[in-house]
Write a protein that binds this ligand. Sequence first.
Ligand SMILES: [Zn+2]
Length: 521
Amino acid sequence: MRSLLKLIFVLIFSTGLSAQNPSVDIEKYSFGIELSDNDDIISGTTDIHYKLRSATDSIVLDLVMMDEAGKGMKVDSILSGGKILKFKQYNEKLAIVNPQDTSALKIYYHGVPKDGLIISKNKYGDRTFFGDNWPNRAHNWLPVIDHPSDKAFVDFKVTVPSHYQVVANGRLKELSNLESGEVYYHYSSEVALPTKVMVIGVAEFAVQHLEEIQDIPVSSWVYRENKEAGFYDYAQAKKVLEYFIEKIGPYPYSKLANVQSTTRFGGMENASNIFYFENSVTGKRESEFLIAHEIAHQWFGDSASETDWSHLWLSEGFATYLTDLYAEDTYGKAKLDEKLKDERDQVIAFSKKSNTPVVDSSRTNYIELLNANSYEKGAWTLHMLRRKIGDENFWSSIRQYYQKYKLSNASTEDLKNVFEEVSGQDLDAFFRQWVLQYGHPVIKSDWSYKRKTIQLTIEQLQENNFNFPLQIKFHYKDGTSEIKDLEISEKAENFEFRSDKKPVKIELDPETNLLFEEAGA
Ligand SMILES: [Zn+2]
């Protein structure tokens, strides 16, 4: 995702730990949801199909219980195998006692969502409903195991007043007018998804069906007031989708819907229906890189997901760097360099506030992981890997990693193993210094020219010593220049180069290949 106001989120949300229930594996959720214009109460009927990995006398799901103010969800009854089951709600949990049938449950509940399903008005004053689950906020409105490692198939069966349209994950299987005057939408996902990207969007949309890209239907869902501008802007998704399919492999889902929405994030990579913030539509195609970021997530984050939040860079670093690569392919190397320099500045700025590594298991408020380590340093790590093993090995590794972990979960170690296998290189030290330890090289350089020799000193000023390749460019008075490749491993190293000409200046990392900070710069 891309957030607009990362820092404010940190203050607003404090997320609890979700149930990682080792004895239960959810196979499928079928969420029946009724929405109305009279109030913000949702009525839910959830069918859950699951497998028991080991015997248990209770199943614990995540669901925020109703508080005294009436916010949260109240479970009315639970059925299994035709019998009514006992249950207990406490805080953010729902414990179901002695499930009779060992494979299916039906939960009836209702309430006003505290969060997770954002019921509000859009900028035109029209009422809208948008799911907004990241990281583990789905259990504010859906009874789930709210962790990316327990993926499940999902159906949404949504009943709404007839002036709305509904978008949700997967394929539309039914759209019916009901006797009540309401409309009923049934969407079904053909593959298992993590709860963080299971959503519905309900609004008065204008919908455009674009041509298919490699058999994937692409559509734009925008507010009716934004029809012309929105259709124009979101049509850029077609070329982005085509680029990523060509580079990574087949798209994981049955459709791609790009949806203007009213939530809290700038963009959210909900599987097969991406939500973008209201003002992503301008009629000037200013959201191309946001669209690229969220589409890249369909492979990385949604399909190949992190095993746990501490490996979030496998989502966000990938989406960030794949957007950089799309930018390079579309606009050239100068655009890539511009983006990388901006990302490097963000990593450096973040390092002044936090000395945490990219893989950071110290956080319990996962919103705090939406930081420059997960996004920009993750992207830089991939960029340096690409330079280290070459473009061919890089893309081959990306494809193999995706093939191996699609519709599943991976850790940083899993990624490293694939890159090592493909490149034949030992990448232990590389991953240790860039993602497992904090910091980056802070380089001080000094040079002099005597007796036709350039004497160069390179010092690392940061705490942890790094090993890295460093390019140096000597600029001469006559306008010519020369690049030298160095390997740096010591705290301080001296180099000598024969040269008939005295340089007028030296430049570190002229090709934008290294994440570093220039001391005194
Ligand atoms: Zn993202």
